[in-house]
Write a protein of this length. Structure first.
Length: 65
């Protein structure tokens, strides 16, 4: 199991993460990422990590729980 976190002070609302994993990420009315889920099961980790890596400002992290 892993956990995804967001650094809102870095987020610029590119929404690459939403395109890659819209069941984990959304963008709010202010243009900042919203985490829809924080727990990442092992079978979803690769996909969520790819979504996090797609962030051009590195606002997302996936770490071991």
């Amino acid at each position: 199991m892993a956990i995804v976190t967001a650094n809102l002070s870095l987020c610029q609302g590119y929404a690459n993460c939403v395109v890659a994993a819209d069941d984990y990420f959304d963008i709010d009315d202010d243009g900042l990422v919203v985490l829809l889920k924080t727990d990442v099961p092992d079978d979803q980790r690769e996909r969520v990590e790819a979504a996090a890596r797609s962030c051009p400002v590195s606002a997302l992290r996936v770490t071991d729980a």
